[in-house]
Design a protein around this ligand. Sequence first.
Ligand SMILES: *[C@@H]1O[C@H](CO)[C@@H](O)[C@H](O)[C@H]1NC(C)=O
Ligand SMILES: *[C@@H]1O[C@H](CO)[C@@H](O)[C@H](O)[C@H]1NC(C)=O
Ligand SMILES: *[C@@H]1O[C@H](CO)[C@@H](O)[C@H](O)[C@H]1NC(C)=O
Ligand SMILES: *[C@@H]1O[C@H](CO)[C@@H](O)[C@H](O)[C@H]1NC(C)=O
Ligand SMILES: *[C@@H]1O[C@H](CO)[C@@H](O)[C@H](O)[C@H]1NC(C)=O
Ligand SMILES: *[C@@H]1O[C@H](CO)[C@@H](O)[C@H](O)[C@H]1NC(C)=O
Ligand SMILES: *[C@@H]1O[C@H](CO)[C@@H](O)[C@H](O)[C@H]1NC(C)=O
Ligand SMILES: *[C@@H]1O[C@H](CO)[C@@H](O)[C@H](O)[C@H]1NC(C)=O
Ligand SMILES: *[C@@H]1O[C@H](CO)[C@@H](O)[C@H](O)[C@H]1NC(C)=O
Ligand SMILES: *[C@@H]1O[C@H](CO)[C@@H](O)[C@H](O)[C@H]1NC(C)=O
Length: 346
Amino acid sequence: MSKLPKMIAACLWLLSRVILPQQALGIHHMSFKPVILATAEASDTPMRITNLCSNDIYPAIQTQAGTGPAFGGFHAAPGNTTSFKVSANWQGRIWARTNCTFNSNGTSMNNSGPACLTGDCGGLLECKGTGEPATLAEFTLATNMNLSFYDISLVDGYNLPIGIVSLHNESNNSDLRSLPSNTTNPVCIGSPEYLTSVDDLNTTTVATNTTLGSITYITPLEEALGTHSVSRWCPWPLQIQPPWKPGDGVFPYPDDGIKRPDFDPCLSMCSKYGRDSDCCSGSHDTPEKCSPNMYSTAAKRVCPDAYSYAYDDATSTFTIQQGAGFEVVFCPSGRSTNIQKNINKS
Ligand SMILES: *[C@@H]1O[C@H](CO)[C@@H](O)[C@H](O)[C@H]1NC(C)=O
Ligand SMILES: *[C@@H]1O[C@H](CO)[C@@H](O)[C@H](O)[C@H]1NC(C)=O
Ligand SMILES: *[C@@H]1O[C@H](CO)[C@@H](O)[C@H](O)[C@H]1NC(C)=O
Ligand SMILES: *[C@@H]1O[C@H](CO)[C@@H](O)[C@H](O)[C@H]1NC(C)=O
Ligand SMILES: *[C@@H]1O[C@H](CO)[C@@H](O)[C@H](O)[C@H]1NC(C)=O
Ligand SMILES: *[C@@H]1O[C@H](CO)[C@@H](O)[C@H](O)[C@H]1NC(C)=O
Ligand SMILES: *[C@@H]1O[C@H](CO)[C@@H](O)[C@H](O)[C@H]1NC(C)=O
Ligand SMILES: *[C@@H]1O[C@H](CO)[C@@H](O)[C@H](O)[C@H]1NC(C)=O
Ligand SMILES: *[C@@H]1O[C@H](CO)[C@@H](O)[C@H](O)[C@H]1NC(C)=O
Ligand SMILES: *[C@@H]1O[C@H](CO)[C@@H](O)[C@H](O)[C@H]1NC(C)=O
């Protein structure tokens, strides 16, 4: 849950090897806090949230630094795009809640308990904290290295597919406007309903190709998994609504051939069991002492560009020159991207 600072520290460590050997050497040994720019408080960085899901969702926004929008959550019908502005130094996360019932005061019915099945934040329409399980889009728009860091995280579980679109082509910075999008827009699709066949990739909604001049920049996708694998990646005990299993325990783990629901939200091992070894906390609070578990291994396979546990490979973080806004798309169709692996290859 407090994974963002670790992510940034890991990211700075990576950059220290690649970009700034002198300046950043040893940074990850200090309890490093990212230096957020103190200037540019005006809220002029455009953000958008789009609901391509077939159902209503309730997007949630948590501001961790800088100035966020005036609201912490809202109702988005299918097809809705909501635009807002944040400060250039905004840091925060965006996720969606599903299966919600709010009363007219924006709280749960009878003012008690959760209002949503997934992503719920204390039963409030206007979130003031986080909610699980939920696929997260995480942003640090500005750092002292003039870079934006962002990622898709499955560390707090998975509910819906997410794509992040960098809006650099709408930026005021001409360096950013001419950047192709094949390394900037990660997608995570862990729900069979939104998975596109590898024979039909020209219908993907977020992971598209960019043509600049005579060059077409192709976004690399995960192409190995079929509908069957994508429908049952969540380890059986972590499903929040497992289908009825005849003679529970008699059938061999894990698959049993039982059909999973299309909407199959998944808890992380950390939220289900809360052990230090699953949460990378307590005596497991270092990269050396916290390894991937059954959940994070499955999550990484289905969404290779997403963070799957607190100390996942630092390359799950995307970096881009700062100055652009972002769009978070819920339920894009297509396939998960496999960008980081291809960047590291070249
Ligand atoms: C859809 O988006 C518009 C523009 O942001 C917003 O004003 C409207 O209330 C939204 N409605 C729903 C139900 O999604
Ligand atoms: C809960 O929400 C999901 C995702 O929006 C949807 O697929 C599912 O049908 C909903 N379930 C119920 C019981 O409404
Ligand atoms: C909304 O809040 C007001 C003031 O606290 C209360 O009187 C009213 O009963 C609440 N309405 C609902 C639907 O809970
Ligand atoms: C709210 O309270 C009413 C009356 O006590 C009850 O019938 C209903 O099931 C409750 N709803 C929820 C969501 O708890
Ligand atoms: C970041 O940008 C500012 C303003 O454009 C510039 O003064 C500064 O040198 C840049 N810092 C780095 C590390 O590139
Ligand atoms: C930026 O790119 C997105 C998708 O790649 C496209 O929908 C949008 O029209 C572009 N905007 C501009 C200003 O070029
Ligand atoms: C570009 O600059 C103008 C004026 O400062 C500002 O209003 C606008 O929001 C900026 N656009 C982006 C995409 O940052
Ligand atoms: C992107 O390029 C690949 C490889 O040529 C192609 O298979 C795919 O259909 C293209 N995607 C789109 C959205 O056009
Ligand atoms: C996508 O590609 C398939 C096979 O190449 C073709 O039949 C189909 O018409 C294309 N769809 C679109 C929307 O271009
Ligand atoms: C982006 O496209 C360019 C041009 O085709 C290619 O050289 C590069 O490897 C691509 N990047 C990734 C991560 O696939």
